[in-house]
Design a protein around this ligand. Structure first.
Ligand code: GN1
Ligand code: MG
Length: 392
């Protein structure tokens, strides 16, 4: 029997009850799922996962081969070129599958995402209201974590993202469209924040002045990776760009099963993936924890993730890339705070929110994390260097 446990679900239930779980939404999702080549008749559709951008449903059918499917309504206000988005994902999935083809069909299906096509053989379906939908196989007997529990999980996650970068290292970056340009460009993110401040459509700037001061005081320091990139010191590689820990599925023994959420796979710097993963791994609390005293660093998890990542990545990282990893630890939580705050000031149009000042809470929480990281900079850098030596 298939048991699919998803820790992230708990959070999603809280969020989705009001937003997604209406009968109307369920009917719509079932109607859309029925456009795809599913085996068996659809039995149910339930909201799933904890993503802030797309709406995700778990689809169950009565098929004897016990297939489960992941249906997603793609947020086309953010991903406005759906054709290119799906073509990127198809290219990446194909490439990853060829890398592990020797393991046999059933392993390939468990270790990589598989797009299920529509009855017209397309990678997505556009409904009568103009919304875009897609379906993947849902990989059974796996779990994801919003907050990690053990160093073994962190090590596995590190290996997973290191392996992901390695397996894509021979895919020509030109094969992929830069689906969200400037996604991790901190200068671009700060310039969006400045525009938001100037317009201040909700009159929210005055109440967040302390946060803005904190952010702008760190602006120059946070430009280091971008400057290294501009100086030609960092190679552009294909990276995941959304390496939150809940985007890796682990099996029942906490071994790597599959890296998921391929929407933002595009050319980038490896450090961004490292830093974004650390953002969620090292934090003892959720990214939207409102009690700032709970936001502390779990340093053993940092060490374990770093060891796992470097066990895969050490062979291909250049010295400059290694240097950039240390900067990324601070940059990614900082940039996330800039993005949450920009959305708050603009009136919450980008990220899904569960309550009115959710984006403000997220911002404070991420900045508290930046603070903690700054206070422990020396020890984190020592661990990174030590891990490199022992792995090297
Ligand atoms: C969004 O929705 P999700 O979880 O896939 C965002 C990421 C952020 C993340 C913060 C396309 O990811 O960049 O890091 O929220 N994705 C996009 O939790 O903006
Ligand atoms: Mg995502």
């Amino acid at each position: 029997m298939i048991t699919y446990i998803d820790i992230a679900w708990t959070y999603n239930e809280r969020r989705t009850k009001s937003e997604v779980m209406s009968t109307n939404q369920t009917d719509k999702s079932i109607h859309s799922a029925s456009q795809f080549k599913l085996s068996g008749n659809i039995q149910s559709s339930i909201p799933f996962g904890s993503g802030h951008i797309n709406d995700t449903f778990k689809i169950t059918t009565d098929s004897s081969d016990a297939n489960l499917y992941l249906l997603q309504r793609i947020n086309h206000h953010i991903f406005n070129d759906i054709e290119a988005l799906m073509s990127n994902i198809e290219t990446v999935c194909q490439h990853l599958k060829t890398k592990i083809a020797h393991l046999g069909e059933s392993e390939v299906l468990k270790r990589t995402m598989t797009i299920v096509k529509t009855k017209n053989d397309k990678t997505y379906y556009q409904d009568e209201q103009g919304a875009f939908w897609r379906v993947f196989y849902l990989i059974p007997d796996t779990r994801s974590y919003d907050i990690l529990e053990t160093p073994e999980q962190a090590f596995s996650g590190g290996m997973a993202f290191g392996q992901f970068q390695k397996q894509l290292s021979d895919l020509d970056p030109k094969a992929l469209v830069e689906i969200l340009p400037n996604f991790h460009n901190v200068e671009f993110r700060l310039s969006n924040l400045r525009k938001a401040i100037e317009q201040d459509p909700e009159n929210r700037v005055a109440e967040v002045q302390d946060l803005l001061d904190y952010i702008f005081a760190r602006e120059e320091k946070m430009m280091r990776i971008l400057n290294m990139g501009r100086a030609g010191e960092l190679p552009l590689r294909i990276t995941h760009n959304d390496t939150k820990f809940n985007n890796v599925l682990l099996d029942a023994q906490d071994q790597v099963q599959c890296v998921i959420d391929l929407d933002t796979v595009m050319p980038g710097f490896v450090a961004y993936d490292f830093g974004d993963a650390i953002r969620t791994i090292i934090n003892s609390a959720a990214e939207d924890e409102s009690d700032l005293s709970k936001i502390t660093l779990n340093i053993p998890l940092f060490q374990a993730f770093t060891n796992g990542y470097l066990s895969e990545a050490k062979d291909f990282l250049t010295d400059a890339e290694v240097e950039s990893l240390g900067y990324a630890i601070h940059l990614l939580p900082y940039m996330q705070a800039v993005r949450f705050l920009t959305d708050y000031i603009e009136g919450d149009g980008y990220y899904k929110i569960a309550y009115p000042d959710h984006n403000l809470v997220r911002t404070r929480s991420q900045l508290k994390l930046v603070d903690e990281l700054e206070q422990h900079q020396g020890i984190l850098q020592d661990i990174l260097s030590g891990s490199l030596m022992s792995e090297g």
